[in-house]
Design a protein around this ligand. Structure first.
Ligand SMILES: N[C@@H](Cc1ccc(O)cc1)C(=O)O
Length: 571
């Protein structure tokens, strides 16, 4: 009991201190002695359109340690570099003491945001969806981890009141009754407004038309925000340059529900609120700019291909290269957006850069900082080294990469198998993918799968790991295709072969995690395909030989005249 009271009092004490600290800071800002969060974001170039008035947003972020969120729909198997911009706003928010929440749209991805699309997205097989969701979940998680390092390096010491979160709208949208959505978000949404949106108008004019599901997408996004607003006090939404309409829809929905909810608990207009109280509850939002290069190209594409954050889709080498190639005219702007370096330091850096632009000092800094955020310190350093040794002689034009000679992307996961470092820290890529033949996974106890996947050095080590509950399998056995809140991990007990199969998603994908960080995404193909592709895996030779012997024996049948071969008794 005493313990409990102590904890509670400690908590209250900390809450109070955090409040006082915020009030102190807010006085400083108002007195003009400290820069406001919004001005900082504006100066660095993060703010495109604010929904509502700028002064209100500035006041809100000054007076209150608000919660802020940004959503990503896992419609592909990786985020691309464009996703990084609104995420940078979240990262800044976190290290400046706000509650920053990255939302993975596991549920919304099933409809797909129609903004900017001329056609409906194809429905994805549930296994593809799960794999995409898992991958992006791991990406977001790893990047949050890297941000901790970045924050420390720039002198932002963790404080108790800082909060970061990674959540998934599967958690509430899967349980949301249609009637509830219609009664609250539906009644608060005006058809005129929705029909007036460009996406809807354009699609209505086109032959393709628009499905009701896509039409209602903004309601789902609005519901997310309402849910987080009412349960986590998330009051601000930041989104990509195309998200303005969805943010407006969210604000309208929240305001409508706040004043018209059938449950008095949520009603906020029973007694007129004081202006200040009302103000501190207002939902607000803004978008980040659409990035283009000085030559007018959309940022994030190289030779027409997207630049991915997944190191297996765009290698760290290529990601570094992308930033290294950035035009001098753009690099300062991007340094402000994609690094945590103070602006005066960036000025100095640019001065140095301009002394001899051919050295690409600014581009190297930018590339390295982005890699630190996306892939972590170690990979950033290694990649920088790789580049510096490759392109020793500075020249005004960057040498063309020898076509694919240095780094295949994705690297051949199977060939690299044996080189996988046994110790994994937060700096490792969020996952490795590899391919295994069916007979090394199906009907195999999980301890063996660990061995075949190169996650342990021997079968017995695999066995020990399982006994110590050190390995986990992704998703639920017999799952129906919906992963609940977060991505599920089940500690694997000593499964028989048959049980492993329950965790295989869509017949061809298995997620395995060892310890906290080491995740393998195992793609399962037929033995024949595996063979054809010339792939290797621990235990495959033996299995193949075993199969060969079996095939031959099956073909020949036992020779009745042949003496059975007996193993020599061990001496
Ligand atoms: N619609 C957003 C993603 C998103 C999903 C759910 C949300 O609650 C918020 C944002 C996009 O396409 O970029």
């Amino acid at each position: 009991m005493t313990q409990k009271r102590n904890i509670t009092q400690g908590y209250l004490q900390k809450t109070l201190e955090a409040k006082l600290e915020w009030a102190r800071q807010s006085t400083e800002i108002k007195a003009g002695r400290k820069e406001s969060m919004l001005s900082m974001l504006e100066k660095r170039g993060y703010v495109n359109q604010i929904v509502g008035s700028r002064d209100d947003l500035e006041r809100l972020m000054t007076e209150k340690r608000i919660g802020i969120y940004c959503g990503v729909d896992p419609t592909a198997s990786s985020m691309h570099i464009g996703h990084l911009l609104p995420l940078m706003v979240l990262y800044w928010s976190y290290i400046k003491g706000f509650h920053a929440c990255s939302l993975l749209g596991g549920a919304t991805a099933q409809i797909g945001d129609p903004i900017g699309r001329t056609t409906t997205r194809d429905i994805q097989h549930s296994s593809v969806r799960k794999v995409n969701m898992m991958k992006i979940h791991l990406q977001l998680k790893a990047m949050w981890q890297h941000i901790e390092d970045r924050a420390r390096e720039y002198g932002y010491q963790w404080e108790w009141a800082w909060r970061r979160e990674l959540t998934n709208n599967n958690a509430w949208l899967h349980k949301l009754p249609a009637l509830e959505l219609l009664k609250l978000a539906g009644r608060g949404t005006r058809l005129g407004t929705m029909l007036g949106r460009d996406t809807v108008k354009n699609r209505m004019k086109s032959k393709e038309g628009m499905s009701f599901a896509e039409f209602t997408y903004p309601l789902l996004q609005a519901w997310d925000w309402w849910h987080m607003y009412s349960t986590k006090d998330i009051q601000v939404q930041v989104g990509g340059s195309d998200q303005f309409g969805n943010i407006v829809a969210g604000i309208d929905t929240i305001n409508w529900i706040r004043h018209n909810h059938y449950d008095p608990v949520f009603l906020q207009d029973e007694k007129p609120m004081k202006e200040k109280e009302e103000f501190l509850k207002k939902p607000m939002g803004f978008t980040v700019p659409l990035l283009t290069t000085s030559s007018g190209e959309k940022f994030g594409k190289s030779a027409g291909n997207a630049i991915w954050l997944d190191g297996e889709m765009t290698s760290p080498f290529d990601l570094y290269q992308f930033f290294l190639r950035m035009a001098d005219a753009d690099v300062h702007r991007y340094l402000k957006l994609f690094t945590f370096e103070p602006l005066n330091e960036l000025e100095k850096l640019m001065e140095e850069h301009n002394k001899d632009a051919s050295k690409r000092v600014a581009q190297h800094k930018l590339a390295k900082e982005v890699l630190r955020i996306v892939h972590g310190q170690k990979i950033a350093e290694d990649t920088e080294q790789e580049h510096r040794s490759l392109f020793k002689k500075p020249s005004t034009s960057l040498p063309q990469m020898p076509a694919k000679a240095n780094r295949e992307s994705p690297p051949d996961a199977n060939r690299a198998l044996n080189e996988t470092a046994p110790i994994v820290n937060a700096d490792s890529p969020p996952f490795h993918s590899l391919t295994l033949p069916k007979s090394l996974v199906y009907n195999q106890p999980i301890s063996r799968v660990l061995y075949h996947a190169g996650m342990v050095a021997s079968r017995s080590e695999g066995h020990r790991m399982i006994v110590n509950k050190g390995a986990y399998l992704g998703a639920r056995p017999g799952g129906t295709g919906t992963m609940s809140d977060q991505v599920d991990w089940t500690p694997s007990t000593n499964f028989e072969g048959k049980e492993t199969e329950n965790y295989i998603i869509g017949g061809d994908t298995l997620f395995v995690r060892v310890g906290k960080w080491k995740v393998k995404i195992i793609k399962i193909i037929s033995d024949e395909e595996f063979e054809e592709q010339g792939l290797m895996a621990p235990g495959w030779e033996e299995m193949r030989e075993g199969k060969e012997v079996k095939r031959l024996t099956d073909q020949k049948g036992p020779d009745p005249g042949e003496k059975p071969i007996r193993a020599e008794p061990a001496l």
